[in-house]
Design a protein around this ligand. Structure first.
Ligand code: GRF
Length: 325
């Protein structure tokens, strides 16, 4: 977390009502070491009491009533405020408007929501009454990525809340709220700092590397690596380094054509590339992953190219044929 807090993410929060989750997120952000700052609280409802809480803490607020406006016009006003705030993430906290598909696509993977059920159960409304009526032992809340389909994006974190005898929807809602206030700040902190989390970065590299033909994992000098070919005679095409040999970088090492290319790339884009200790002489270059704005398509291209440079001809020929289609 120390590393992550050096790179504070900017988040905006959209609310429609009391904004208690917004307040939980806001006060969590004011604790030392929070990996995010709240830069805007915006609402479609001028009476949302959360607006006052945010304003009292010196947070910028914005209101644009949806009444009398089409969804597109209202969304456009909200998005304009969002862009002006410099927010990198949009957090929905009791925002009772459905965002247009285009809006959601423009902010893909950067909009999060909290929903008062253990998703995938009970999407939509009346979640407490439905959980009680079903005789469930537990209700709860889920933080998920927002996609165009309602309450259907990847679930990032959940908290369970026991359903007691004689529970009513209201009594259950009160306790689920307490639980939400614990869950949401933690889930947001984890999500915005995952680009600095070696486990997350490794999982992503691993998933990309292992989609390449005949690729497998193999440790080398205490770091995980990826080879192509047989278990016995395969060749490395990538190494994953987590702050190896005193480096500050979490990186994937891939093969360039040689020293000229390696030095040229590092000179041109020192924020993207570096020369790893001990590997550099044989043309291995480091792609820095623990930085803002990593281009994962670019990382994927490098892995493919590196794989191709060491893969046996029979595999690269098959790949050439596959690439033609
Ligand atoms: C919460 O129950 C949340 O799960 C749902 O909307 C409610 C917002 O409550 N998405 P509050 O405005 O944060 O108090």
């Amino acid at each position: 977390m120390a590393e992550a807090s050096l790179h504070k993410a900017k988040v905006a929060i959209f609310i429609s009502g009391s904004g208690t989750n917004m307040a939980a997120l806001l006060y969590a952000s004011l604790i030392d070491g929070s990996p995010y700052d709240v830069v805007l609280v915006a609402s479609n409802n001028p009476d949302a009491s959360g607006l006052e809480i945010a304003a009292a803490e010196g947070i910028e607020t914005f209101v644009h009533s949806h009444k009398g406006h089409s969804r597109d016009v209202h969304d456009a006003a909200m998005e304009k405020a969002l862009l002006a705030s410099g927010a990198q993430y949009l957090i929905l906290a009791g925002y009772m408007r459905i965002l247009s598909d285009e809006f959601v696509r423009r902010w893909e993977s950067r909009i999060l929501n909290i929903h008062p059920s253990l998703l995938p159960k009970y999407k939509g409304l009346d979640t407490y009454a439905r959980a009680i009526a079903a005789g469930d032992s537990h209700a709860g809340a889920s933080v998920h990525v927002v996609t165009p389909e309602l309450d259907a994006g990847e679930v990032l974190a959940q908290v369970r809340v026991a359903i007691r005898a004689d529970e009513t929807p209201d009594s259950l809602a009160d306790r689920v709220k307490f639980a939400e206030h614990q869950l949401y700040p933690r889930a947001i902190a984890d999500y915005v700092s995952r680009g600095y989390n070696p486990d997350y970065l490794y999982d992503r590299i691993r998933a990309l590397a292992l989609t390449l033909p005949e690729a497998h994992c193999r440790d080398s000098h205490g770091s995980p690596g990826f080879r192509v070919g047989s278990e016995k005679s395969g060749k490395f095409f990538a190494h994953f380094n987590d702050q190896h040999h005193g480096s500050e970088h979490i990186a994937v090492l891939v093969k360039t054509s040689g020293m000229d290319e390696l030095l040229g790339l590092i000179e041109a884009q020192p924020e993207v590339y570096f020369k790893p200790a001990y590997y550099g002489a044989s043309g291995w270059i480091g792609l820095i992953l623990n930085r803002p704005g990593v281009d994962w398509a670019h990382v994927e291209q490098w892995l493919q190219r590196s794989w191709r440079s060491v893969a046996p001809a029979k595999l690269t020929k098959l790949q050439d044929i596959a690439d033609m289609f």
